[in-house]
Design a protein around this ligand. Structure first.
Ligand code: NAD
Ligand code: DAU
Length: 332
């Protein structure tokens, strides 16, 4: 494998993956990204021109997708509408990009016999009770809650159908909540860090007891490269780093790390249909493919992420006011 096509490579996890690939492999990367409000060309700044090509375009554009897929050895599909709150306010772009966009890519890899890896989320499994001793595994039934997660579930099922019906050489991974640099300020952790920088109190949805299972974006990237190299065609792998934390704990930790009183936050209106808890059992990926996360502690990773947002205000500042205005309109 020499050349890969990365969709959504100007978004949060996609851009972290592109940096990781360029630092840790000899692969040539072509990024296909529409540069929606969530995409940022600056997230790829400084990467060498002889290793990276950038194409601005839509994954629903069948002609463009066909041309790019034809010239590559593998497609890694990150592009998506990714934010639950947006999917509650306006579901249509989620259907277009997450479902029709994935269909468009699958038809192209089918035509040209290209290896395909599909990036998905643990949210396809719905949520768990706080005291449930079980975690999600590859055998957990699909039970998505939001327009976002239901379109991701639909896209996963399309991939499985294209493997079985047409012999497409695909793998799927479902990962838990990522944190790290280059994450849009609409998302939980960057929103709170940048609020604190601006002297605004962090906003916790509802009581803040909801639990997310945090993993550093670099660990997600190493897992995807492992699946590309060693994954069995047709299989699904769950990616997680045993990082369960309540939202309340995370906000308190961010405040403490930024030198503020741990209780200096506000409760705001809860998200409709808010999933209570996600938790990943990544035993299959660890035992069958030998993957292990490298980022030890959430606290040190979070401290480094805070430093990154402090040092890179020029990257996030242009999005901040519009994002907060959208939240005010939604009551968050
Ligand atoms: P993001 O919103 O930060 O980035 C999405 C990227 O896709 C942006 O660069 C955007 O411009 C691009 N894009 C959107 N629509 C497009 C289209 N029609 N054509 C081409 N490009 C388009 O999202 P993210 O958080 O980086 O998530 C990336 C992927 O990882 C998604 O598939 C998401 O479901 C999945 N995922 C995310 C997390 C997480 O914690 N953020 C966890 C597990 C899985
Ligand atoms: O689990 C993987 C998923 O993680 C990905 O599939 C999604 O693309 C990604 O956005 C993320 O979804 P969440 O809904 O968990 O992430 P978000 O950052 O929106 O919110 C995390 C938690 O924090 C959630 O319980 C809602 C809460 N929250 C969020 C915001 C923006 C707050 O309490 N306050 C906030 O201001």
């Amino acid at each position: 494998m020499q050349r890969i096509l990365v969709t959504g490579g100007a978004g949060f996890i996609g851009s972290n993956f592109v940096h990781y690939v360029i630092e840790n492999t000899d692969l040539h990367v072509t990024v296909l990204d529409k540069l929606t409000y969530a995409g940022n060309r600056a997230s790829l700044q400084g990467l060498p021109d002889d290793r990276l090509a950038f194409v601005r375009g839509d994954i629903q554009d069948a002609l463009l997708v066909d041309e790019l897929v034809r010239g590559t050895d593998a497609v890694i599909h990150y592009a998506a509408e990714s934010h639950n709150d947006n999917s509650l306010a306006e579901p249509r772009p989620f259907l277009d990009t997450n479902v029709v966009g994935t269909y468009t890519l699958l038809e192209a890899v089918r035509r040209h016999g290209i290896r395909y890896h599909h990036i998905s989320t643990d949210e396809v499994y719905g949520d768990l009770e706080l005291d449930d001793p079980h975690r999600f595994t590859e055998r957990t039934p699909y039970n998505p809650s939001s327009p976002y997660s239901s379109t991701k579930a639909a896209s996963d099922l399309l991939v499985r159908a294209w493997v079985r019906s047409f012999g497409v050489r695909a793998t799927i991974s479902n990962c838990s909540n990522n944190y790290g640099p280059y994450q849009h300020v609409e998302k939980f952790i960057p929103r709170q860090i940048t609020n604190i920088i601006d002297g605004v109190r962090p906003k916790l949805y509802g009581a803040g007891l909801n639990v997310r299972d945090w993993i550093h974006a670099d660990d997600h990237s190493s897992a995807v490269l492992t699946i590309l190299a060693k994954g069995v065609i047709g299989e699904t792998y769950l990616i997680g780093a045993d990082g369960e934390r309540s939202n309340k704990d995370v906000v308190e930790l961010v405040l403490t790390l930024m030198g503020r009183p741990a209780d200096a936050y506000d409760h705001v209106v809860d998200r409709a249909g808010h999933d209570l808890r996600y938790a990943i059992d990544s035993t299959k990926l660890r035992t069958e493919l030998g993957w292990l996360p490298k980022h030890g502690g959430f606290e040190s990773g979070l401290a480094a992420t805070i430093d990154w947002y402090r040092a890179n205000e020029a990257w996030w500042r242009p999005q901040k006011a519009a994002t907060e205005a959208k939240y005010v309109a939604q009551g968050h």
